[in-house]
Write a protein that binds this ligand. Structure first.
Ligand code: HPA
Length: 272
């Protein structure tokens, strides 16, 4: 195993956190309160884990929370690092790769996203079915060996997606589904870029997740991603996104995400 992952795993072991885990969840902007329901939580600031990203963005706590969530041993990443913070698409390599030292649990990524389709409205959820990365950066650039040539068909695991859809239906949550296009940020898109994204087949836009999915697949993890739609894309009807709106609308949608995750985790079988 990669030494960086072993070092991070050792730091967690020192705090009583070890595998195998049932599930890992990355919480995006404004969604950190999902961790409030964790039983017997152990918190570890990212700054205390070797290889984890320092710094922060408002709306992101940047700590790990380990404990039991709806009966499952879960590791929650309260906040992520983004490409736009330092220009490193691999900034989440150790947090994601560490999971291979903890039993390679299924990984659920969450984020705040802009919608490009009128049917997917702010305040609702959207399951990511696939992505478009026209940014250029890729977290595997510079890696050697054949493992870097990662297949990306069904990168967003069909079984996890089906289970998330079932969980949403059962709790009455509105959840669309679509293709997510990664923009580097930190500036929001222009209306012209949003029109381009739509023409190219995107339904959602955002500044995260895509490098994490690539890393997850590189390390053999099954991954799914859920967006909380916080706004319409720039220039669309009602679309003039800004960070405070993103953070606040995501916070308001926390309870619906909480219900979906509860249903998903309760039904999670030992095989993931
Ligand atoms: N664009 C990019 N990232 C985002 C958006 C958006 O409209 N909304 C939330 N995150």
């Amino acid at each position: 195993m990669d030494t960086a992952f072993s070092l991070a795993a050792a730091a967690l072991q020192d705090r009583g956190i070890s595998g195998p885990l049932d599930c890992a969840i990355v919480l995006g902007t404004g969604l950190g309160r999902i961790a409030d329901e964790v039983e017997n939580p152990v918190f570890v600031p990212y700054s205390e884990i070797p290889g984890f990203p320092p710094g922060g963005v408002s709306g992101h706590a940047r700590q790990l929370c380990h404990g039991t969530l709806h009966g499952r041993r879960t590791l929650i990443f309260q906040g992520r690092a983004h490409y736009y913070e330092g220009g490193d698409a691999g900034v989440m390599r150790v947090p994601i790769g560490l999971l291979t030292a903890l039993g390679s649990p299924p990984l659920i990524l969450t984020n705040a996203a802009g919608s490009l389709v009128p049917e997917m409205k702010p305040g609702t959820l959207a399951l990511i079915s696939d992505h478009i990365n026209l940014n250029g950066p890729n977290p595997l650039v510079g890696e050697e060996g054949d493992a870097r040539f990662v297949p990306m068909v069904d990168a967003y695991d069909p079984i996890l997606r089906a289970r998330l859809k079932t969980a949403a239906t059962r709790c009455g949550a509105v959840m669309g589904e679509g293709v997510y296009m990664w923009f580097s940020g930190p500036s929001f898109e222009t209306p012209a870029e949003i029109r381009m994204a739509r023409l190219l087949g995107a339904d959602l836009v955002g500044m995260s997740t895509v490098p994490e999915v690539i890393l997850a697949r590189r390390y053999g993890l099954r991954v799914a991603a859920l967006s909380v739609i916080t706004n319409m894309g720039a220039g669309l009807h009602g679309g003039a996104p800004h960070h405070a709106e993103t953070r606040d609308v995501a916070g308001l949608a926390t309870s619906v995400l909480r219900h979906v995750l509860r249903g998903f985790l309760s039904e999670l079988h030992a095989d993931g």
